[in-house]
Design a protein around this ligand. Structure first.
Ligand SMILES: NC(=O)c1ccc[n+]([C@@H]2O[C@H](COP(=O)([O-])OP(=O)(O)OC[C@H]3O[C@@H](n4cnc5c(N)ncnc54)[C@H](O)[C@@H]3O)[C@@H](O)[C@H]2O)c1
Ligand SMILES: O=C(O)C[C@H](O)C(=O)O
Ligand SMILES: [Mg+2]
Length: 596
């Protein structure tokens, strides 16, 4: 976001910035600062002589070299993460140029998995606050606080908001969650070219149930338990109303909400706003991309897939829904397709007997009792942490324990013989060797996607899955993993992280100024990503490399914008969609800065 002292001009002379700022006002504005790249004439006009060393660098190269050395000299990934945000606060253009050039190396540091660590340690490592902190303690101030960001009605394309109840798989992190909104936005820019000066990171602080934070004297958020119920809904509604009023063109992105809120919020707004939930829909779509390629490589029809999902929360059921819809598109009835998906959660296999206790979006998948009657039950306990984090699911688990135990994943896999196994449980190593070997004994090419982030929470590693299946598995993961060499084949591991999809999806919505995000737009995004992974040689990844994120995101944006236009959802006239996407993309290059 530029200070009020600057404006961007885009005309036949190209892009330039005009500013009333002078001297340190220029150098301390990360959107304006170019450091040693200010020309002699700019230094004269902006009063920078004497505030910069004498060397004038004509391009960014020396700065990039210096920044890369400083980055690599940082001892830990968290230090590197902090370095990157300091760099951003000094010179945003250089930050994005560096990130884009070293995407494979730096994306995991700026974003997932290291962003998880920075959120856990935010109280200690917080640098300059960024974004807008909204609090349920002051709902009447929402509009004023958003307005304090300083942007006008035409200045903002996108807001990413989180209430931080379900950050990645690490749970409730209160106000610290601002870093997930910031990290997601950085990926929007690096991957798709969303203008970083036209976005707002938001944290919706409704309190936290995280005892560690509540007892931490350095905690930066509101120190009370999570507010739920009507007050919560009113607060979220007030945020939506204020965001729409102040930034009527902007898309609203929801990130890392708890499973009891995520879908309700989305359903309330999805048909009348350009909005989507990344964990449900972005994840569902990127998993569809990987699944489209995996099913094609396995050579089995969509209508014959049997899908087991471990972890029936926001992401798991978002994925289940999109897979079910694909089976319907391929000819099954809604009921037949739903019957081909088995959800396993804390209470084990979700069954019809649990219906009253299930979350509404889980209910359609509950298995009929006659089908499960003969299945073995495994005794179980309910941990205090699970009971606090997923009370509804833990209550059902307790009820199952009283009946002798749960129908667990191993039993379900043995009975169902799934072709596809998805992990969104937040629990590491749940895809055990015996479960995976059992699955592989029934299908030629088991499709297994352990997706729980960050890396340490994955249900299995790609190396394990490849070993246990003798290289037969078709795998994609949530976090980045190195290549695995086995039996003379180098396996490239596709990252089924929504980061490969949501930036292009959002950019397509922004370019087309779509009035909503339709299921067809999500499918268009999924197909676009899938189409970018063209190598089908042994060991080839199911998804395009993150090194090509910019290309992938462009193709996604074009497909999404085209679909919006075709569906009559676009509110602007676009003659040439490819050109519209191309010209809207922001690139991290310096432009002239003029004094006014
Ligand atoms: N790869 C991606 O792009 C991507 C996207 C979104 C979420 N995720 C990951 O998926 C995971 C889940 O995210 P979410 O937003 O759906 O969280 P969530 O809290 O909504 O859902 C987690 C679910 O797992 C269940 N669960 C907990 N312990 C379990 C166990 N032992 N056995 C079976 N189920 C168990 C919970 O009851 C809950 O229903 C996280 O780790 C997150 O990082 C990955
Ligand atoms: O943030 C990510 O890496 C993906 C996803 O949104 C998640 O919550 O895990
Ligand atoms: Mg998320």
């Amino acid at each position: 976001m530029f200070s009020r002292l600057a404006e961007v001009v885009q005309d036949s002379g190209g892009r330039r910035i005009r500013t009333k700022a002078r001297g340190y006002e220029v150098l301390r504005d990360p959107a304006l600062n170019k450091g040693t790249a200010f020309t002699a004439a700019e230094r004269q006009a902006l009063g920078l002589h004497g505030l910069l060393p004498p060397v004038v660098t004509t391009d960014m190269e020396p700065q990039l070299e210096r920044a890369l050395m400083a980055y690599r000299a940082e001892p830990t990934d968290l230090d590197k993460h902090i370095y990157m945000w300091r760099l951003h606060d000094n010179n945003a253009t250089l930050f994005y140029a560096l990130l884009q050039r070293h995407m494979i190396e730096m994306l995991p540091v700026v974003y997932d998995p290291v962003v998880g660590e920075s959120i856990e340690k935010y109280s200690e490592v917080m640098t300059r606050p960024r974004g807008v902190f909204l609090s349920i303690d002051a709902p009447e101030e929402i509009e004023a606080r958003l307005a304090a960001f300083g942007a006008g009605p035409d200045d903002i394309d996108l807001l990413v908001a989180s209430d931080a109840e379900a950050i990645l798989g690490i749970g409730d992190w209160g106000s610290n969650g601002i870093d997930i909104s910031i990290g997601k936005l950085a990926v929007y820019t690096a991957a798709a070219g969303v203008d970083p000066h036209r976005v707002v990171p938001v944290i919706l602080d409704v309190g936290t149930d995280n005892e560690k934070l509540l007892n931490d004297p350095l905690y930066v958020g509101y120190r009370h338990g999570r507010v739920r119920g009507q007050a919560y809904d009113d607060f979220v509604d007030a945020y939506v109303a204020a965001a729409r009023k102040l930034f009527p063109k902007a898309m609203l992105h929801w990130e890392d909400f708890g499973s009891t809120n995520a879908r309700r919020i989305l359903n309330r707004h999805r048909t009348h706003l350009p909005t989507f939930n990344d964990d449900m829909q972005g994840t569902g779509a990127i998993v569809m991309s990987a699944a489209l390629n995996a099913v094609a490589r396995a050579g089995t029809p969509w209508t014959e897939q049997r899908v087991v999902v471990l972890g029936a929360g926001t992401a798991g059921v978002g994925i289940a829904d999109q897979i079910r819809d694909q089976m319907v598109r391929k000819g099954l009835s809604q009921d037949e397709a739903t019957r081909r998906v088995w959800l396993v959660d804390l209470p084990g296999l979700l069954t019809a007997e649990m219906t009253d206790g299930l979350l509404d979006f889980q209910r359609p998948y509950a298995r009929p009792m006659d089908e499960v009657a003969g299945l073995a039950r495994t005794p179980c306990e309910v941990s205090a942490s699970a009971a606090a984090r997923w009370p509804e699911m833990a209550a059902l688990r307790r009820a199952e324990a009283a009946k002798g135990g749960i129908i667990d994943l191993a039993t379900v896999v043995a009975a169902v013989k799934p072709t596809i196994l998805i992990g969104t449980s937040t629990q590491p190593q749940m895809f055990t060797e015996s479960i995976v070997r059992d699955m592989a004994s029934h299908v030629a090419r088991p499709i297994i996607f352990p997706l729980s982030n960050p890396t340490v929470l994955h249900e299995a590693t790609p190396a394990q899955l490849l070993e246990w299946t003798d290289g037969k598995v078709l795998v994609a993961t949530g976090a980045p993993f190195d290549d695995v060499v086995q039996g003379g084949v180098t396996y490239k591991i596709g990252q089924a992280n929504n980061a490969a999809l949501y930036p292009g999806l959002g950019f397509g919505v922004i370019v087309s100024r779509a009035s909503m995000v339709s299921d067809e737009m999500l499918l268009a995004a999924a197909e676009a990503v899938a189409g970018q992974a063209t190598d089908v040689s042994p060991g080839a990844s199911l998804l395009p490399s993150n090194a090509d994120l910019r290309v992938t995101s462009s193709v996604v944006a074009i497909n999404v914008a085209r679909t919006a236009v075709e569906q009559g959802l676009s509110s602007v006239d676009i003659d040439d969609i490819t050109e519209a996407v191309r010209t809207a993309q922001w690139w991290p290059v310096y432009c002239p800065v003029e004094a006014i």
